[in-house]
Design a protein around this ligand. Structure first.
Ligand code: URA
Length: 239
């Protein structure tokens, strides 16, 4: 009961924030290639205090800055850094949680069983993996695929933010509870967050279930399909 009340309160807060923002028209000002990103975005309409800036850094620059990263304890157990891959100017970016065993071995995001399902979802949207960008909150595999820890997120998230600033997608799809809650800085359940856009610093963010969850709960594919249809409509709109 308490959890349900917390979820409802969180959802109401998120809804009020996104309503405020859509009335201010901010997200429509933040278009791909528009270097006149408004500098005075009201911070109180943002899920957190940092506004996203348009960056002239390329993904290669950011990869170079990341280097052979030792910023958190995960570096000790990894085989490869999984930076992300896809179209450097993608309209749509998928953000997952963290690399698993297959991703760690190959140095590529979403290449295991969950990755195959994500690839199928992307195809069903009429897109290919090369047309979108795919990355994770964390770039190194947590031991035994445990949940990311706050110090690891703190070390890694700035690089994800830079990637998003560089790509300037129109839509971000947050895959699973972890990605959605981390990006939106909320504890609201994914079942409550999914199904509608939220603002990630002025970018439309759609939370949906993680493909690994769908492997265990195929019944939830219907809701993911609803969510990706909303995304498709949005990216088909004239910018
Ligand atoms: N799960 C994730 O969240 N990310 C991957 O890259 C693979 C599986």
């Amino acid at each position: 009961m308490r959890d349900e009340l917390l979820d409802l309160t969180g959802a109401l807060k998120d809804h009020i924030l996104s309503e405020k923002e859509s009335r201010s028209g901010i997200s429509r000002l933040y278009l791909k290639g528009n270097l006149a990103m408004p500098s005075a975005i009201p911070v109180d309409t943002m899920p957190n205090n940092e506004t996203i800036h348009v960056s002239s850094l390329t993904l290669e620059d950011i990869r170079e800055e990341l280097g052979d990263c030792t910023r958190c304890k995960l570096h000790g157990g990894r085989l490869n850094i999984v930076f992300g891959e896809g179209n450097t100017r993608a309209d749509l970016v998928f953000v997952g949680e963290a690399p698993g065993r297959d991703e760690d071995r190959q140095g590529r995001p979403f290449v295991g069983r969950a990755g195959q399902l994500l690839t199928d979802i992307i195809k069903a949207m009429g897109l290919t993996r090369d047309e979108v960008y795919i990355c994770n909150i964390l770039k190194c595999r947590p031991p035994e695929n445990r949940n990311p820890e706050s110090d690891e997120i703190a070390a890694c998230e700035p690089f994800l933010v830079k990637q998003l600033q560089s790509i300037q997608p129109r839509v971000i799809c947050a895959l699973g509870k972890f990605a959605a809650q981390t990006l939106l800085k909320t504890d609201t359940a994914i079942s409550v967050l999914r199904g509608r856009f939220h603002s990630y610093h002025g970018i439309q963010l759609m939370p949906t279930y993680h493909p690994a969850y769908l492997l265990r709960n195929p019944g939830a594919k219907k809701q993911v399909w609803e969510d990706v249809q909303i995304i498709m409509k949005e990216i088909q709109k004239e910018p």
